[in-house]
Write a protein that binds this ligand. Structure first.
Ligand SMILES: [Zn+2]
Length: 457
């Protein structure tokens, strides 16, 4: 049996609620943080036989919160490169439906979680069609919410979509744990009718389910909602579905249908004005900012400054690797600061400390987990990540937050990662990795490549 107490010391500890601590220490007891402070003071706070892990030249910080992912799409990394958004979405939908088995989607989810953990991510907020990421999260010990997606642009489909959603959620929820919860996600305004939005919101509120919605992502979506025009309108009319202007904006549509009242996590929110942000703030809804995915799909730079000015709980998300190619939250933090500086013309308008805050307690609050995770404070869960700061491409370190966001972003592998005190990455090695997942994914990738070649002939 592992001892109840363990002390971790590090050259830097970043509690996130207070400035970085040089030569700091974190005492973990029964999966929770018992104490944090200068290493020199630790002995007064722990039993004499407490094991000590001296991590050395590292930054020890709260585990990163990836507030938007699609784990089941991990096998589509690089597969949809350069497609315009509607074609990107259409190809993705066909591939997921026709070419990927449940085993493929489960392996993809496992590989996505392995990537997350190696990069210090301890919590995932995952939107999923298959619901298999929920099983993978439970299997691998990470913390997360799996939002089960519901689709149905035709109001006539609403009852059928809701019946299926209720049935799936009942089954999935029975397997919820203290770490992994089931939620729901009406996908987006161009794939979900106003009727279905209203029904899903009522269901989420009645059942107290977490909810996530993609919204304010593209010009095509705004044209569809506000004017009933554009490529999504054309496609739905081709399918015989009536399309009309629906609301002043996609966010207004969510307010009108009762979705905002269910306090959802809003994904992207690139296209929104101050009236929209006031609507979001008034209802206590939250946002996940996905700077790299937004840029890669050519959708734009979200007005993060306005989200924060309105006091909206905001986190960072990678989105799927099909629109990012990496799942690396430090990379998202770096990109968020760079875009912010470009937009404002000021170099420190979003500091590295602020960006790390979004990647930790910002995401935690956006997911309603602010009391449990996101900072290193006594009483919170011991969800921690440690990144090495030695090496000539990182040193010298004058400020560990700047080193993490600007020098390590995109390339750092975490040395140590734990969730609720359970070590999942030790010495940079994932404890539960399996070579079988990768071998099977290579076979799947070859099949996808052949499919695309046949299609282009
Ligand atoms: Zn997404």
């Amino acid at each position: 049996m592992s001892p109840a107490h363990t002390l971790y010391t590090a050259d830097w500890v970043l509690p996130m609620v207070t400035p970085p601590l040089p030569q700091g220490a974190v005492l973990v007891r029964d999966g929770q943080i018992a104490w944090v402070g200068p290493a020199a003071h630790a002995t007064a706070h722990m039993p004499a036989d407490t094991p000590v892990h001296a991590l050395g030249t590292v930054a020890l910080m709260p585990g990163l919160v990836n507030a938007h992912s699609h784990l089941e799409l991990t096998g589509l990394r690089g597969f949809l490169e350069g497609l315009d958004f509607r074609e990107w979405l259409r190809t993705l939908t066909i591939v997921r439906r026709d070419l990927l088995s449940e085993d493929d989607l489960l392996d993809a989810s496992r590989l996505g979680i392995a990537e997350a953990l190696r990069h210090g991510i301890t919590t995932l907020a995952d939107c999923t069609d298959s619901a298999l990421p929920l099983a993978a999260m439970r299997e691998l010990g990470v913390r997360g919410i799996g939002y089960v997606e519901v689709f149905g642009p035709d109001p006539l489909q609403c009852d059928e979509s809701m019946a299926r959603l209720r049935q799936r959620v009942a089954v999935l929820r029975a397997a919820d744990t203290s770490l992994v919860r089931t939620g729901v996600s009406p996908h987006a305004p161009y794939t979900v009718s106003a009727t279905l939005f209203a029904a899903t919101a009522a269901f989420a509120r009645a059942e107290e389910l977490p909810m996530a919605v993609h919204v304010g992502e593209s010009a095509a979506e705004s044209a569809f909602v506000v004017e009933g025009t554009g490529p999504f309108a054309v496609r739905l009319r081709e399918r015989g579905i009536a399309v009309a202007p629906q609301a002043l904006s996609p966010i207004a549509l969510l307010e009108d249908t009762g979705v905002l009242a269910a306090r959802p996590l809003l994904v992207h929110v690139i296209r929104a004005d101050d009236r929209d942000f006031a609507r979001i703030a008034d209802h206590g809804a939250t946002i996940v900012h996905c700077p790299i995915s937004n840029a890669k799909l050519g959708h734009g730079i979200a007005p993060l400054d306005r989200m924060l000015a309105h006091g909206i709980a905001t986190g960072l998300g990678s989105d799927s690797v099909a629109s990012n190619d990496r799942m690396h939250l430090l990379d998202e933090a770096r990109q968020a600061t760079l875009f912010h500086a470009v937009r404002s013309g000021s170099p420190d308008s979003l500091s590295a400390h602020d960006a790390l805050g979004l990647a930790t307690h910002g995401g935690a609050r956006a997911l309603g987990l602010g009391d449990t995770i996101g900072t290193i404070e006594p009483g919170k869960a011991a969800d921690l990540a440690a990144f090495a700061l030695d090496g000539t491409d990182i040193q010298p370190v004058h400020d560990p937050a700047v080193a993490l966001v600007h020098a390590l972003a995109g390339r750092a592998t975490a040395l140590l990662v734990m969730v609720a005190g359970r070590v999942l990455v030790r010495d940079g090695q994932l404890q539960a990795a399996s070579a079988d997942w990768e071998a099977r994914q290579r076979v799947t990738a070859a099949r996808l490549g052949e499919w695309r070649q046949r299609r282009s002939q």
